[in-house]
Design a protein around this ligand. Sequence first.
Ligand SMILES: Cc1cc2nc3c(=O)[nH]c(=O)nc-3n(C[C@H](O)[C@H](O)[C@H](O)COP(=O)(O)OP(=O)(O)OC[C@H]3O[C@@H](n4cnc5c(N)ncnc54)[C@H](O)[C@@H]3O)c2cc1C
Length: 472
Amino acid sequence: MDTDTDTNIYDIIILGGGLSGLRACDLLLKKKKDLKILILEANNKIGGRVSSKEYEEKNWDLSGAWCAPSADQKYVGELIDEIGLKRHTYHAKGKKVMEFSSDLRKTYSILIPPIGILQAIEVQLSVWKLERVISSISDIETSNIPKAKEWDGMSAEDWINQNVRSENAKILLRVALLSTFFEEAKNLSLLYVLLYFRTCEGIMKAIEDKGGAQQDLIVGGTMQLVEYLYNTIGGAEKVKLDHVVESITNYDSFPVKITCANGASFLCKNVLCSIPPPLCKDIVHQPPLPSARQQLVNTMKMDKVIKFFVYYEKCFWKESGYCGEAVSFRDSVQMCYDATLQDGTQPCIVGIFAGNSAELWSKKTKQERKDEVLDFIHKNLGQENDQRYLSPVRYLEINFMEERFTPGRCSNIAPKTNFMDFKNSIRDPIKNLFFCGTDTATKWIGFLDGALESAERAAIELLCKITNNNDN
Ligand SMILES: Cc1cc2nc3c(=O)[nH]c(=O)nc-3n(C[C@H](O)[C@H](O)[C@H](O)COP(=O)(O)OP(=O)(O)OC[C@H]3O[C@@H](n4cnc5c(N)ncnc54)[C@H](O)[C@@H]3O)c2cc1C
């Protein structure tokens, strides 16, 4: 590890070696191969929120995994095609389970769970109402949204309470939001929720498997996307691992100085920051950031999630006609689904603890969480006397809240405070400081596709500046 000052003056230093940072570097070099670019990554590995674990010679995606068809998620589709990867399509065939309480659960096969006919109609009407509001947003720039101020003053929970009457319908909408945002409805800005779904072309596209964001998995795993980009840009020559950026000095002038926790420092003309806004709180900026950007960095939060994988000898649930999907109102596991490989090998159930439950259960031991997960799977996917669910081959989990540099899922949550004041400060460049990352995307915020879209937008911004200023 080098801890001395690097005497090079780079054209661009990219902060963060996740999907967006790596793709931005790749696109910049494809357009201008003589650019001097360096990536500083805090972790001891590349990929950020794309990560995988090897089990029985296969790579299992721990985080970013699903994608929508290319017609909807164009950027991830282009990268998959560029590498020549294949997709497999997820089909939840069989009964799904809705667990209302420890002794009440119902099965269903359509999208909306069996909460009672009137309540189901109410949920459907509420979703349509929200879809209409979302499709009325023609521009994600908040100052162009007539009702932005009103929505900014509300949480998603406020909207539910004002628009939904039956308790079961309310609970179902809360669970749906929790499974999407890994955060409680009361902590979600309504404006943020609407804008998020707007960037996915609607709620159903964001949550559905068939035709939606949960339709396809990449054969061999998403880690191949970052590995390909890493190798294409030149690997270790371009990326310095274990470099935690601590300060950005002189970003309004020349040269900009980046200092890392290990004492290493670097000079450059431009900085591209791909670090999620809440994690930028720990980076000292000199001069201080403009107030809107600083407020955004201070206000946004990472969401809360623990993801688990339970491997079994066989897909026992299929014997009883279950597809492996269960959703629950309990204060622990929110949902699970079948993640068995397409060829039927490595039977596996994947699921999450999210929001307050994730926070609560992260304070317990791994054994306590495992016991709760097995109880959840046994009660929802098994028969009462079937003990096979309680003896898995393997239990794996990842508590994202403990990951210092990748502590959450796709979305950063702005609570209902002044989201409007941030305007475009999430992505607008400030002098020589540029931004990318899924949270800055204008399409599919929080998704792999959003990370890649933001990389392309930032690469164009940088190329325009470099060409116009002739600063290369
Ligand atoms: C549990 C989970 C499930 C998900 N599921 C899906 C899914 O099914 N489909 C989908 O499309 N998306 C999914 N996502 C989201 C997807 O993984 C992300 O949108 C995408 O990987 C984000 O890439 P990024 O480059 O924008 O950010 P990141 O991957 O977060 O990259 C930022 C990088 O900055 C580094 N960094 C942080 N601080 C510093 C510092 N001080 N100095 C230097 N480097 C720093 C980090 O280590 C990281 O490598 C999921 C995410 C999670 C966590």
